[in-house]
Design a protein around this ligand. Structure first.
Ligand SMILES: *Cc1c(COP(=O)(O)O)cnc(C)c1O
Length: 327
């Protein structure tokens, strides 16, 4: 660690610069479009190390802090975020909590060296923006249609698909456009010769079914290097394991297993999980010229809506939980 570096990012080290112009309060903030008045920034350089964390008015960067190319590498991924080499642990005591909203924390490590070349940056800024997470699962929530074509691969063994890196997103846009051309909303990402089901768009995926052995099971692919270890995925696994009502498994699932389970009416529900939507039911998959119908909307006691309700109750403090911290 460089000499001038601070040893921790604790709240006691924090410097706060308050904004003089606060934004108007929003009743139903849209995910990803509404941001808090302030953001957390921490500067780093090879010679000085990490500087004291600073909370300052949102938006004081040359680029907008939510700029999609910084977060997702959209279009110009090859020139951006080369330098994400370090995951920084943000202390829990950063996270504000209120009755009405829970917040999505989005840290970005931005190389600020002003010279080109594929190399590690010697100067960088870590900035953290927050946006409120609403509840998106309502009785009108529409199910998703997915387009599954094994010719595209989202992530591969030895790659970066299991990290939240900008570079993973830019290259997935092409498949996304092709899905839209086929009348689908998102891509169902397959992997390998046996067409393993891996993720849906930028969501993890869960299958609630009667498995090959006749057991009721909630299954999601294992974290073998090609799956993003989403916090929603982990929360759903822990929550449903605590219920103890059915088998909860991290296992491989292939398209042929799904297709035969659909034929034998063993599929109860298929849904995606991620912070933006929390859980999102999947209604159709277009695969090898067939339009597979997933039975998700017909039943009253949907697992996806029950999970969404329990997670929102925990986030809002209505259900006491060791996952939330009141500050
Ligand atoms: C962000 C993301 C997820 C969901 O992760 P959460 O932590 O639950 O928001 C899943 N898959 C991919 C590819 C992602 O980028």
């Amino acid at each position: 660690m460089a000499d001038g570096s601070i040893p921790s990012f604790k709240a006691a080290d924090l410097v706060i610069e308050l904004s003089s112009a606060l934004k108007a309060k929003q009743d139903r903030p849209v995910f990803g479009n509404v941001f808090t008045d302030h953001m957390l920034t921490i500067e780093w350089s090879a010679s000085e190390g990490w500087q004291a964390p600073l909370i300052k008015p949102f938006g004081n960067l040359t680029l907008h802090p939510a700029c999609s190319s910084l977060h997702y590498g959209a279009f110009d991924q090859s020139e951006l975020l080369k330098c994400i080499r370090r995951l920084v642990e943000i202390e829990q005591d950063w996270v504000p909590h209120s009755e009405s909203s829970s917040l999505y924390i989005r840290p970005t490590f931005l190389g600020t060296e002003q010279s080109l070349g594929v190399k590690k940056a010697s100067k960088a800024l870590l900035y953290v923006i927050l946006c409120p997470v609403g509840s998106y699962f309502t009785s009108e929530t529409k199910s998703l249609s997915l387009w599954a074509d094994p010719k595209y691969t989202r992530a591969w063994k030895g790659g970066t698909g299991n990290y939240k890196m900008g570079g993973n997103y830019g290259c997935s846009l092409f498949a996304q456009y092709e899905a839209e051309d086929h009348g689908c909303q998102q891509v169902l990402w397959l992997y390998g010769e046996d067409h393993q089901i891996t993720e849906a768009g930028t969501m993890n995926i869960f299958l609630h079914w009667i498995n090959e052995d006749g057991e009721e099971e909630l299954a999601t692919p294992p974290l073998d290097g090609i799956i993003l270890p989403g916090v929603t995925r982990q929360s759903i696994l822990e929550l449903t394991r605590r219920w103890g009502e059915f088998k909860v498994t991290e296992r491989y699932l292939t398209m042929s297993q799904l297709c035969s389970a659909l034929k034998q009416l063993r599929v109860k529900e298929l849904f995606g999980s991620g912070t933006a939507c929390m859980v999102c039911p999947i209604g159709h998959i277009v695969y090898q010229g067939e339009n597979l119908h997933i039975p998700c909307q017909e039943k009253d006691s949907q697992l996806a809506s029950r999970i969404a309700k329990e997670l929102v109750d925990i986030q809002h403090g209505r259900t006491p939980s060791d996952w939330t911290l009141l500050v």
